[in-house]
Write a protein that binds this ligand. Structure first.
Ligand code: BYC
Length: 346
């Protein structure tokens, strides 16, 4: 359910009496009503209109949205963990209040996104089960550890900065509930990015040890952040269709390039070095060249073998189990309310 396994299989088992040869699967001809639905859908996409939950949509469009929105929701709630680890160790009351608010915002983003995905007919329980059993993906970036306080600033500056770059175009996505959720999320993400940058600016104005701590965090996060935009366009199986449907507006490589170009001057203001000897302005292309990303590390992390994958999922499963009593209490309260209103109506 969470993959793009939507193609009609190339081959099917041959029916008895056909000598065991495999036959090419032939899609059933569409009915006239279905063709009309498809034409209306295509016209709306071509006109850059919005598809709403009650509208007819091709099942592949629905599945792609459930895949992307649920992965996005999972990323938000798993993304609470690396920074959440520092709430009890924030260096001041002000920093603690900011970090608490930010981590709560991420939880809220997850809730808007699960709600958007639910409008497509997939329940939250199904989505969470896929996350908890390792079937669903979430962003590779949250499988890296936060070793020092500077990591929380770098997550705000770079990870949220990358998230904004990726997510602002999704505000124009063709699926209405996703697009509307993203508008609110992006406003909050931009506060997150600024608080990270401001926190790092403060540390860079501090002692040599504080500056070294920031540089070390930048060195560790830079490459995973670049990989976070997803595989190169040539190796991105979902991009072409996602762009045709107006779910994805800008390609993985183009977003990565925009991010690099926006971040280089910010690094200069901060006074940190981006850890890439090949990073330089290319006058002819009008953008920065940058070095090779380690795609083996990226795929190992996506496939469950990054530094913190097991810990992240185990923490999430434990939080879900420990929260069972809250869900049960809410259901019991709702049942009591319903019984009371039925009694009053009788
Ligand atoms: N990590 O064909 P592609 C945040 C998967 S939240 C793991 O290019 P697509 C934040 C991809 O799913 C960050 N997997 O796919 C939160 C696909 O596998 P499946 C998350 C990745 O969908 C809190 C396969 O690789 N943001 O920023 O066209 C605090 C091939 O990729 C990753 C969103 O979810 C990755 N990094 O493009 C701070 C935004 N990259 O599904 C920050 C919405 C790729 O076929 N999502 N894969 O099995 C998107 O924009 C797109 O789904 C992606 C991938 C750009 C992520």
């Amino acid at each position: 359910m969470y993959t793009q396994a939507l193609d009609i299989p190339d081959t099917t088992a041959a029916p008895a009496g056909h000598g065991g040869a495999t036959l090419k699967a032939v899609p059933a001809p569409a009915s006239a009503a279905e063709t009309a639905h498809q034409e209306r859908f295509d016209a709306k996409i071509d006109a850059d209109g919005k598809i709403e939950p009650q509208d007819w949509m091709p099942s592949a469009y629905r599945k792609t949205l459930v895949r992307q929105i649920s992965q996005h929701a999972h990323s938000e709630i798993i993304g609470m963990q690396p920074e959440g680890n520092w709430i009890s160790r924030a260096p001041s009351l002000k920093r603690k209040a900011i970090l608490l608010a930010k981590v709560q915002d991420e939880g809220g983003h997850g809730l808007y996104l699960y709600s958007a995905a639910e409008t497509l007919g997939t329940s939250r329980d199904q989505m969470l089960d896929a996350l908890h059993t390792g079937k669903a993906k979430y962003s590779s970036i949250f499988n890296y550890p936060t070793l020092t306080w500077a990591d929380t600033g770098v997550i705000g500056w770079l990870v949220d900065g990358a998230a904004i770059m990726n997510q602002v175009p999704i505000c124009r996505c063709t699926y209405g509930p996703y697009a509307r959720a993203m508008i609110r999320i992006c406003k909050e993400e931009s506060f997150h990015q600024r608080q990270g940058f401001e926190s790092l600016m403060t540390m860079m104005g501090g002692t040599p040890e504080q500056r070294a701590m920031v540089q070390d965090a930048v060195n560790r996060w830079w490459w995973p952040v670049l990989a976070m935009f997803g595989p190169p366009d040539a190796d991105s199986p979902n991009s072409a269709q996602g762009m045709r449907w107006g779910i994805k507006r800008i390609s993985n490589d183009d977003l990565r390039q925009k991010f690099v170009d926006a971040t280089v001057p910010q690094a200069a203001i901060l006074g940190v070095t981006l850890p890439d000897p090949d990073l330089k302005w290319n006058e002819a292309k009008g953008c920065h060249d940058y070095g090779a990303i380690d795609w083996n590390e990226f795929w190992a992390t996506v496939n469950g073998n990054g530094p913190c994958n097991q810990e992240r999922v185990a923490t999430r499963v434990a939080a879900h189990e420990n929260g069972a009593w809250v869900r049960e209490a809410a259901l019991a309260y709702a049942a009591k309310q319903k019984a009371r209103s039925l009694r009053q109506a009788a």
